[in-house]
Design a protein around this ligand. Structure first.
Ligand SMILES: *Cc1c(COP(=O)(O)O)cnc(C)c1O
Length: 403
């Protein structure tokens, strides 16, 4: 999006501000469907946790997407957005049987990731079809906090426990209608990912009556120029071929599912914040913005890189800055970053702010979470208001022990 337009949105809606370009979400969605166009039944389930704003969920619904949810609250957000229960898959980790029962009562597709719950659920609801989440024990890449398919990961049922899964099915008479894996968040090497899919295909042959195979997600997006990202087109070509031949040998046209979050929304998002103070120290120049890890925690949490530019002075002379927040704790967004010369009051723009940014925001330091704006075909729409002081205190039960 153009610098001038983004600056004007901060003038209209205030700062800090999240802006999402829905056209980018649409083009990313279309990239996947095009890459897998030779697969007869393809289903994308947008991973709600990346960005759970209801207006964004509605936009994905319009594109034909389903959703992937990890909590009963996300299921409810999806229903609120108008998704039919059959277009919602519930893929929680470590939740109680009670929460899974609630989701099953709402009619959504259940995906179970441990043997204990599988057995209990199968005894109680043998007629409710269930998907099983397999851990293929593959290191798909990415930061250790987002790599979830390896041997020591808490996610999924180990591929080595397949005989135990089959025993549970025999004993309960339950129907497994899907197999699933999600190996982590940054697929760098397509061949490693394809090796994991072979494990899933192999697992699939153990179940007689599947409807779908869900390959999860983990598509990497670029964060800066020259950055590697998952080559969706190449993956589409290779995996489609393999999937179609698998369906032939399985004797049924299964549905190929993915549940991308980051790939669909990361690049659509811009986080905009004003520079409050420019501080020269003996070793660096700090630019302090009117935000912090309460609004965007990825740099501090995952060492994530967000490209930052000064949209009030695009094309200005570049200098080196450390961009920091206003939280009373070290909250560094970037160190030693080349940015066009910053004056107090300028608006900085953070790229890749569509995924895991607002959805991870908090009220730390008793700050308000910011407003969100959706932009589509030349129009801007406010899709969340900035919080107010009333929001901060509305759940506090005030007890005055001095009385
Ligand atoms: C987080 C998550 C996703 C989305 O991952 P991305 O890397 O954002 O695409 C998909 N499936 C499950 C089960 C998840 O937990």
């Amino acid at each position: 999006m153009e610098s001038q337009l983004l600056v004007s949105l901060t003038e209209k809606y205030g700062s800090p501000l999240y802006v999402y370009n829905a056209e980018k979400m649409e083009s990313q969605y279309n990239r996947i469907t095009a890459a897998f166009s030779s697969v007869k039944n393809l289903k994308l389930n947008y991973a709600v946790k990346a960005n759970s704003n209801i207006s964004i969920l509605k936009f994905f619904k319009k594109l034909g997407s389903g959703i992937d949810t990890v909590s009963i609250q996300e299921v409810r957000l999806g229903l609120e957005a108008g998704f039919a229960p059959e277009n919602i898959i519930f893929t929680p980790n470590g939740v109680s049987l009670k929460e899974i029962e609630q989701a099953a009562k709402l009619g959504v597709q259940i995906n179970i990731d441990n043997l204990s719950i599988l057995e209990q659920f199968g005894h109680l609801y043998p007629n409710t079809p269930v998907c099983v989440r397999i851990n293929p024990h593959i290191m798909a890449g990415g930061h250790s906090k987002i790599s979830v398919g390896h041997i020591d990961s808490k996610f999924g049922i180990s591929i080595h426990q397949l005989p135990h899964i089959k025993r549970v099915i025999e004993n309960t008479g339950m129907h497994i209608n899907g197999v699933h894996m999600h190996t982590g968040s940054d697929i760098l090497d397509i061949d490693v990912f394809l090796a994991a899919t072979e494990i899933l295909f192999n697992t699939a042959t153990a179940f007689e009556n599947l409807d779908f195979i869900d390959f999860g997600s983990g598509f990497k997006v670029p964060y800066k120029e020259g950055d590697i990202s998952t080559n969706i087109e190449e993956l589409g070509e290779k995996l489609s071929k393999r999937f179609n031949s698998f369906c032939k040998s399985y004797g049924k046209n299964l549905t190929l599912m993915f549940e991308p979050g980051k790939f669909l929304v990361s690049e659509s998002g811009f986080f905009l914040a004003h520079v409050n103070v420019v501080k020269h120290t003996t070793s660096t120049v700090f630019a302090s913005i009117d935000s912090g890890f309460n609004h965007l925690i990825r740099p501090m949490f995952y060492d994530a890189y967000h490209h930052i530019h000064n949209i009030s002075n695009p094309g200005g002379r570049e200098r080196y800055y450390s961009v920091v927040g206003y939280i009373c704790e070290t909250d560094t967004f970037a160190t030693n970053r080349r940015i066009s010369e910053i004056t107090e009051g300028d608006v900085l723009c953070f790229n890749n702010a569509g995924a895991y940014c607002f959805s991870m925001a908090s009220n730390y330091n008793s700050r308000f979470r910011p407003a969100e704006v959706l932009y589509y075909k030349g129009q801007d729409y406010l899709i969340r208001k900035e919080e107010t002081f009333e929001d901060l205190i509305k759940n506090q039960v005030i007890v005055d022990l001095a009385q």
